[in-house]
Write a protein that binds this ligand. Sequence first.
Ligand code: EPZ
Length: 427
Amino acid sequence: MEKFVIKGGNALKGDVIIGGAKNAAVAILPATILAADKCIIENLPCISDVMASLQILSELGARIRMISKSTYEIDTTHLECTEVSNELSRQMRASYYFLGALLGRFGCGQVAMPGGCNLGPRPIDQHLKAFTALGAEDSVEYGMIRVKADHLTGAHIFFDTVSVGATMNAMLAAVMADGQTILENVAREPHVVDLANCLNMMGADVHGAGTDVIKIRGVKQLHGCSYTIIPDQIEAGSYMVAAAITKGDVVLHNIIPKHLEPITAKLRAAGCEITEYDDALRITRTGPLHPLKIKTMPHPGFPTDMQPLMTVLLTLAEGTSIITEGIWENRFRYVDELVHMGANVQVDGQVAVVEGVKKLYPAPLRALDLRAGAAMVMAALAADGVSEIDETQHIERGYENIVEKLQAIGADIRRVEIPVNTITRAI
Ligand code: EPZ
């Protein structure tokens, strides 16, 4: 177990290279199962969710070869097992993509109820609705989800809610079903488009990703491909907040500015100066922070995964901000940690009212989940003194080398091993 020790107050200055998108990678890795061939996947972020996905593939029988830190060759030709082990399923939310991919290739699959961040109820009824429409039967017993189909046939599916996971899982299951599948009311996130592009590189026939209707014509089989994952929109947004909160001057490289537009618009409104280039962006802040009204929504709305980071930034704005969480029922749990730092935030259900304060004070903090943890890092970078953040394994699930990247732009941050006997006492 490790903790982060952060001495705040430094203005962050310099360059950051953004890694591949976690939420694209965790769907594209299971998608390689459908190829039954060799795939080379590039720009994989070196984070624990990606390592867990590779380990699941390996346990299922895929041959995996590391070509570089961010490029892997995955050969799923001889994969036979269709059951994902309980322990690995529970390590991350995205293990549910193995259901769609295994169903699409073998007509059956099994995973344990997926884990991931605690953001309130996280049902998967829309995933199962899509599998059922395609001809599968599902059952949930002793925490294991099983899907099975004699034959998958294309279907017209109208999702009751806009779900990233259900959209991508339905795509995985449908690309080799007989006939046409039409998915309506789908998610439009950049990672949905990335999965569609990758599947098309494998020979699938997927159209419309990025709009709210996706049409898939089933093909008999797919083949291997070489594919480069898009940059991580939320990692980029997080470093933008780091620059903004420390009155810094940071250039982000390997990004797609278009994917960042909802974040860029709000940061500009908060008083940041942002210059966009083809695949880079510079963000600076010299003046005061202005308060904002933000409501999180499916893409192209403001992303929920940036909500904790923006809330932290707005604790230092001159005035009252109102933040409404429109996706998850319980994504303000981290606010108690901020209050310990002197922030003035009142939460009522899905709405947080933030009265800006002059400064944040250092405190012992917990990373309650991935983005809440990253938000605590931002708060500690702004606080005048030394803060410690526990449970940083949540942060490492989604941020590649966060300590090293922040150090390179001038942050005073260290990873410190927590002695085992201290952990035992704390439990
Ligand atoms: C993905 O989760 C991301 N995770 C989340 O990012 C992100 O917050 C979320 O999309 C929204 O953008 C991954 O991609 C691995 P959803 P997902 O299905 O797919 C309801 C992070 O920090 N819903 O789009 O699980 C659900 O309750 C993580 O990187 C149903 O009702 O989210 C929620 O209110 C945290 N039934 C809404 O839809 C379903 O079957 C959106 O969920 C599925 C979802």
